[in-house]
Design a protein around this ligand. Structure first.
Ligand SMILES: [Zn+2]
Length: 104
C-alpha cells in the first residue's frame, strides 16, 4: 500500500491565540470579578437549587428554589473547589458593592 500524502496542514494555523482573545469555549461564561480576575460563571436553575447558600455579595442567604449563579476562579485549576454561590443580582452588581468577605 502506498502512503497517501495528506493535503491537510497547509491552511491550518498553528500557534498561540492572539493576546486578549477569549480562549474558552463559548459554552463557558467567564466574567471579570470585582478584583479584576476572571471568574467562570454558571447559572443554577431554581429547580436545581436545593440547598441554602451564603451569598458573598450581600452576606445573606440564598434560599432553596432561588435561581442564582455559581462563580469560581477561572484561572485556577482548582478554582472550582472554591466556588461561591451568588444571588444573580449581587453578582451583576459586584463592581458596585464590593465583596464583604475575602475569597478563601
Ligand atoms: Zn446576595
Amino acid at each position: 500500500m502506498a502512503r497517501r500524502r495528506r493535503a491537510g496542514g497547509a491552511g491550518r494555523r498553528s500557534g498561540q491565540p492572539a493576546p486578549g482573545q477569549v480562549r474558552f469555549p463559548s459554552s463557558r461564561r467567564v466574567e471579570q470579578g470585582a478584583d479584576g480576575h476572571d471568574y467562570e460563571v454558571r447559572s443554577v436553575a431554581a429547580a436545581r437549587a436545593v440547598k441554602v447558600y451564603r451569598c458573598p455579595g450581600c452576606d445573606h442567604e440564598i434560599k432553596p428554589s432561588t435561581a442564582h449563579v455559581v462563580v469560581w476562579p477561572a484561572t485556577d485549576a482548582a478554582g472550582v473547589e472554591n466556588r461561591r454561590h451568588w444571588h444573580t443580582s449581587c453578582w451583576a452588581n459586584r463592581a458596585n458593592r464590593g465583596p464583604t468577605r475575602r475569597w478563601s
